[in-house]
Design a protein around this ligand. Sequence first.
Ligand code: Z5A
Ligand code: MG
Length: 207
Amino acid sequence: MTQRGLLIVVEGCDRSGKSTQCDILVNSLQQKGIDTELVKFPDRTTQTGKMIDSYLQQKSELDDHAIHLLFSANRWEAMKTLSEKLNNGKTLVVDRYAFSGVAFSSAKGLDLEWCRNPDIGLLTPDIVLFLDLSIDDAEKRGGFGDERYEKRELQIKVRDQFMKLKDDSWKFIDASQSKENVEKEIWNTIDATRNLLQDNIQELQFN
Ligand code: Z5A
Ligand code: MG
């Protein structure tokens, strides 16, 4: 029987290098002969993703609850395909997941428990790599951009909310290091936990 792939989630503050490191990690895993694919949320290509993209680019307005539910729907519509891929042995590296959803919406003032509810039942990650970067260091990376949430005050609140969501599956990575050193720390973390994860691998779990 094919052993299922791992669900590796990469989370973190804005500008912490998530997308950069996801690309590197996918390549490194592939080079080791591990069948791996990159997934990114929000997926801006689907119908819900197009609405999210327009909202993030400040081209449209939506109620805070409505956009929260759209981000969640954007994940739900991918779940069947993702679980099939995992069950067929593919490892997935996921750039942002439900933790971002809860952290951003609750930082805007929505109730944390309310924010968690629509994502209950999504696939549970085997490991969450949290790329940790102070807001000051994030700003040194060329400043925040023009998208809706790219503001210092909100980003400070988002980090506080993320800290309320962590559990034992979270591994903190010091994202203030050079790209190469972050890459090494991530690889060492994956390598240290991979055998443990593979030994304890269960059927896919839904949270
Ligand atoms: N959002 C939400 O509200 N609800 C949800 O459910 C979800 C998301 C899933 C868009 O996300 C917004 O959606 C986001 C959260 C919200 N809002 N904010 N803010 P996105 O994932 O599409 O956002 P993004 O545009 O990709 O930005 P990002 O993820 O914050 O950036 P990053 O991926 O962490 O960083 P990067 O693109 O890899 O690197 C940023 C820059 O830093 C770039 O110039 C790199 O070359 C540089 N970099 C990277 N690593 C380093 C190191 N180590 N040293 C120096 N410079 C570096
Ligand atoms: Mg990114």
